[in-house]
Structure formats: C-alpha cells, structure tokens
Design a protein around this ligand. Structure first.
Ligand code: HEC
Length: 112
C-alpha cells in the first residue's frame, strides 16, 4: 500500500512537471511580450508576483478570458487581449505561473 502511494505521488509529480514545462513554452510564445518572470512590471504584472497573490484556477481563467476577470482582479480597464489558445494550454501556463517560487522566498527572507 505504501509503495502504491509512493508510486502514485511520483507519477503525479512527473505529470505536473510535464505541465509546467509545457506551460513555460506557452508563456514564452504568448505572454512574454507583456509579462516578465521575476523582472518587474512590463505592460502586465510580473508573474512571480502573480504566483504569490493568485490561485491557479484564477490564473487559468484570467489567461483564457481576461475580459470576464479584470474587474474581479481590481482593474478598471482591460488591455490584455483574449488569446486563441487551447484550454489545456491555459491550464499548463497556469501550472507554470503557480510553480514560480523566488518571489515567495524573497518575501519570507524580508520578514526575518
Ligand atoms: C498584449 C499584452 C498581453 C499579453 C500578450 C498577455 N497579457 Fe496578461 N495582462 C496584460 C495586461 C495589460 C494585464 C493587466 C490587466 C488587464 O489589462 O486585463 C494583464 C493581466 C494578466 C493577469 C492578471 C494578473 C494579476 O494578478 O493582476 C494574468 C493572470 C495574466 N495577465 C496572464 C496572462 C497569460 C497567462 C498570458 C499568456 C498566455 C498573458 N497574460 C498574455 C497584458 C498581456
């Protein structure tokens, strides 16, 4: 039983890793012209900050349909375009964004 659980945990983490890798490619091809990773604000907010402040499901929803989300996220206008990607690509890019950690580590360091 323990072995089965270990195997399952391993398979899930490998699967998630694959999504993160795919999401990184989606980011590079579709988001990087407007969003940085750990690089300060560009046209849209930096994704390290987004990974700290937003949940994965919200990120996927924003990426898919920014117009339906901008008010909820506190913006008074929506300049981000709706991108013609597959649902799986929005999920993968949200996995990638949520996996970004340095900003959290920096926040934790600051507290000490
Ligand atoms: C043409 C520029 C542009 C592109 C391309 C773009 N964005 Fe954005 N994004 C913005 C801007 C500007 C905002 C600020 C709010 C708005 O205008 O809707 C934003 C906001 C966001 C937010 C909300 C951030 C927050 O926490 O407040 C998320 C999440 C997001 N973008 C994800 C993505 C993803 C994922 C991609 C690629 C698949 C992408 N964006 C591509 C310009 C862009």
């Amino acid at each position: 039983m323990k072995r089965m659980l270990l195997l399952l945990t391993f398979l899930i983490s490998v699967h998630l890793q694959a999504n993160v890798e795919k999401g990184k490619a989606v980011y590079a091809a579709n988001c990087a012209i407007c969003h940085t990773v750990n690089g300060g604000r560009a046209l849209g907010p930096d994704f390290n900050i987004v990974s700290y402040t937003r949940r994965k499901a919200e990120i996927a929803q924003y990426a898919k349909d920014p117009y339906s989300m901008y008010k909820k996220f506190g913006y008074s206008a929506n300049a981000m375009p709706t991108l013609p990607l597959e649902d799986s690509e929005f999920k993968d890019v949200a996995d990638y964004i949520s996996s970004l950690q340095p900003f959290k580590k920096w926040m934790i360091k600051k507290k000490n």
